[in-house]
Design a protein around this ligand. Structure first.
Ligand code: TYD
Length: 136
């Protein structure tokens, strides 16, 4: 099950009287080499949802740098909901996972680290197609 590959990652963090610094680097702490970074922000207040797709090959780590969001992960057989609300926690999402992001709090900023550059052909944006590919 691809859902079993998904997990939260505790991000190493140093705290002192000036605040916090958290870091991820291409060592054992990261399950892939980072090839792209993007961030989601300015999500309008209310019933805004994002995601609604899966990736054929892409792996990623999502981190709520500010605010909070719920992320539902679905591998076609089972699903699980995560609440991302800490810059010290990453959510690793493997390939072939349908994800929905919802319940964004105000001013949420989500940082995403990925193992691939942007490629629209890696997206599956139709849930039925996602299920068909899983059956193959
Ligand atoms: P998408 O991944 O569908 O956003 P979300 O999952 O947060 O709802 O991306 C939204 C649009 O931005 C889509 O047209 C693809 C484009 N995009 C890029 O051009 N490059 C990127 O690195 C990303 C993440 C998206």
């Amino acid at each position: 099950m691809n859902l079993n590959k998904c997990k939260t990652i505790s991000i190493p963090t140093i705290k002192d009287n000036r605040g916090y610094i958290s870091f991820l680097q291409n060592s054992n702490a990261l399950p892939f080499i980072i090839r792209r970074v993007y961030y989601i922000y300015g999500v309008p207040h209310g019933n805004c949802t994002r995601g609604a797709h899966a990736h054929k090959k892409l792996n990623q780590i999502m981190i709520a740098l500010m605010g909070a969001v719920k992320v539902s992960l679905d591998d076609g057989t089972q699903s699980k909901e995560y609440l991302l609300n800490s810059p010290q926690t990453g959510l690793f999402i493997s390939e072939m996972i349908w994800r929905d992001l919802y319940d964004f709090s105000d001013n949420t900023v989500i940082l995403v680290l990925t193992n691939m550059i942007y490629k629209e052909s890696d997206y599956i944006r139709n849930y039925e197609q996602f299920q068909d590919i899983l059956k193959k």
